[in-house]
Write a protein that binds this ligand. Structure first.
Ligand code: FES
Length: 112
């Protein structure tokens, strides 16, 4: 399983979410990371509604109150910790989780 370093942990502090286009694997993967309460959550950047990317602007994956992941296409809201849709056209479907870990101040994705 490829272990891909995406950034320093410090790059995530205060930003809420960051998107990454991972070209070290084939096919390339579109993934985002959300930081909440010092925990990292990574998901495929693919909405379960139409499989489109979620963000309305680069790296903006959260709603204005920053308590849910939001899809910009049709407004679906997802729980940050579980990825489950709690509002919108894909209700109860989930974003695809990606394993993420921190080692020596760097953030790594573990891709299958
Ligand atoms: S594509 Fe995400 S809510 Fe429709």
């Amino acid at each position: 399983m490829p272990l891909i370093k995406v950034c320093q942990l410090s790059a995530l502090s205060g930003v809420g979410s960051l998107g990454f286009y991972i070209t070290e694997v084939t096919p390339a993967r579109n993934i985002f990371i959300v930081v909440k309460d010092d925990q990292l959550y990574a998901y495929e950047n693919r909405c379960p509604h139409t499989h489109a990317p979620l963000e309305w602007s680069p790296h903006q994956f959260l709603n204005t109150s920053k308590d849910h992941i939001q899809c910009a296409n049709h407004g679906a809201l997802f729980e940050i910790a579980s990825g489950r849709c709690v509002y919108g056209p894909c209700l109860n479907q989930s974003l695809a989780r990606v394993a993420v870990e921190i080692s020596q101040g760097s953030v790594y994705l573990i891709l299958e």
